[in-house]
Design a protein around this ligand. Structure first.
Ligand SMILES: *Cc1c(COP(=O)(O)O)cnc(C)c1O
Length: 342
C-alpha cells in the first residue's frame, strides 16, 4: 500500500500515475507481464496453462465456465459445499444439465467430507469445486479424482495462500479481492486445450479464447488492480514463496482454533478436518453475546468480524495480508471477553 502510495502520482518518473496510463503503454505491458510471471513462478504453473486477467469478479466466472466449457449432452458436475458454489450451480443450470456430486446442505455446509470418494462420471463436461468456502469456513485438503474430466475450481478466497498443483486443474479462477489485490480483476488460469471448446454463439467478451488471443487486453483491463496484483505477488516472492506463506497461514489459523477449542465458550462451526485456514468461523453461546462481541471488538480496533449475513456468528478472515500480530490481538480479546461474559 505504501509503495503504491509513493508512486501513485508519478510512476517511475513517467510524470503521471499508472492509474492514468494507457493499457497499451509499455509501462502497463511490463506490469501485467510481471504480475503474470510472478503468479506463474509462485504456483509453478506449466506451459500447458495460460494466465488471464479478466473482470466481472468470481460471479462472472460462475456464468463463463458453463458458457465456455459445457459440452452438448454431457452434464457438468458440481460439489455444493456452500453459498458460493450454490450460486455457481444456479448459473450452470441455465446453460445445461448439472449433477450435484456432493450436497453439503443437509449438514449445514459444515464440512466437505472425502472428495476422493466422489463418483466422477467420465462423460461429464467438467467437475466444479470451490476450494475454500469463505462464508462457511471450510477448505479442501485433497482434490477429487476426476480422471480425464477437467477439474474447475473457484479459488477466490484461498488463491496464493498455499502451494497447489495446478496441473491437476483444467481451470482455476479467483476474484482478486481476498488474497491478491483490489476488486476489479479476476485471475483465470486455464489449460490451453480447453480454449477449443468454446461454442461459437458465446459473445466475444465472454469467451476465454478472445482474452487468450488478445493477451487479456481485448478491452481496457483494470490497470490499477493488475498493478496492485504485481506488487502483492512481488511481496509474496520476497516472503519466500507459497510454502512459507502456507506455514504462516497455518500458524495463524491454529492460534485461533486452539483458542476456540480450549475455551469451553466459543464453538467452531466447521468440522475439524475441513476447517479453513483463511476464514475461521465460530459462535458464542447466544446471538446477544455475538452482537456485543462484534461491537466491543470493533471498539478495540478489531474490525470485519461479523459473520456473513447468510450464516451469522463470527468470522475471522486471515488472508495472506493479515499479520500474526492481528491474530494475536484477536486471541487476547477473545480471552478477555470470555472472562467478562463467560
Ligand atoms: C467472494 C467470493 C465470490 C464472489 O466474488 P465476486 O468477485 O464478488 O463475484 C465467489 N466465490 C468465492 C469463493 C468467494 O469467496
Amino acid at each position: 500500500m505504501l509503495q503504491a502510495q509513493s508512486e501513485f502520482a508519478d510512476f517511475h518518473g513517467l510524470g503521471h500515475g499508472i492509474v492514468e496510463a494507457s493499457h497499451r503503454s509499455a509501462a502497463y505491458k511490463e506490469i501485467q507481464e510481471r504480475a503474470e510471471a510472478n503468479i506463474r513462478e509462485l504456483l509453478a504453473i506449466d506451459e500447458d496453462h495460460e494466465i488471464l486477467f479478466l473482470q466481472g469478479g468470481a460471479s462472472l466466472q460462475f456464468a463463463m465456465v458453463p458458457m465456455n466449457l459445457m459440452l452438448p449432452g454431457r452434464p457438468a458436475l458440481y460439489a455444493d459445499t456452500g453459498v458460493w458454489p450454490c450460486r455457481a450451480i444456479q448459473e450452470a443450470r441455465l446453460m445445461g444439465e448439472v449433477e450435484v456430486v456432493f450436497d453439503g446442505k443437509p449438514t449445514g455446509y459444515s464440512g466437505i467430507g472425502d472428495p476422493t470418494g466422489w463418483q466422477i462420471r467420465q462423460d461429464a463436461s467438467y467437475a466444479f469445486i470451490c476450494t475454500n468456502n469463505t462464508i462457511e469456513g471450510t477448505q479442501y485438503r485433497v482434490w477429487p479424482e476426476t480422471g480425464a474430466v477437467p477439474l474447475v475450481a473457484d479459488m477466490s478466497s484461498d488463491i496464493l495462500s498455499r502451494p497447489v498443483d495446478v496441473s491437476r486443474f483444467g481451470l482455476i479462477f479467483a476474484g482478486a479481492q481476498k488474497n491478491i489485490g483490489p476488486a476489479g480483476v479476476t485471475l483465470v488460469i486455464l489449460r490451453k486445450e480447453l480454449l477449443s471448446r468454446v461454442p461459437p454463439q458465446v459473445p466475444a467478451i465472454l469467451r476465454y479464447s478472445t482474452h487468450s488471443a488478445q493477451r487479456s487486453v481485448y478491452n481496457t483491463p483494470p490497470v490499477f488492480a493488475v498493478y496492485m496484483v504485481a506488487l502483492v505477488t512481488d511481496w509474496l516472492k520476497k516472503l519466500g514463496g507459497l510454502q512459507i506463506v502456507d506455514r504462516l497461514n497455518t500458524a495463524k489459523s491454529r492460534m485461533l482454533y486452539d483458542a476456540i477449542d480450549s475455551s469451553g465458550f466459543y464453538r467452531g462451526t466447521a468440522q475439524p478436518n475441513d476447517r479453513s485456514k483463511m476464514n475461521v468461523t465460530f459462535r458464542l453461546p447466544d446471538e446477544g453475546l455475538e452482537s456485543r462481541f462484534i461491537r466491543e471488538a470493533e471498539a478495540a480496533g478489531l474490525v470485519g468480524l461479523k459473520g456473513h449475513r447468510a450464516v451469522g456468528g463470527i468470522r475471522a478472515s486471515c488472508y495472506n495480508a493479515m499479520p500474526k500480530e492481528g491474530v494475536l490481538a484477536l486471541v487476547d480479546f477473545m480471552a478477555d471477553f470470555q472472562k467478562r461474559n463467560g
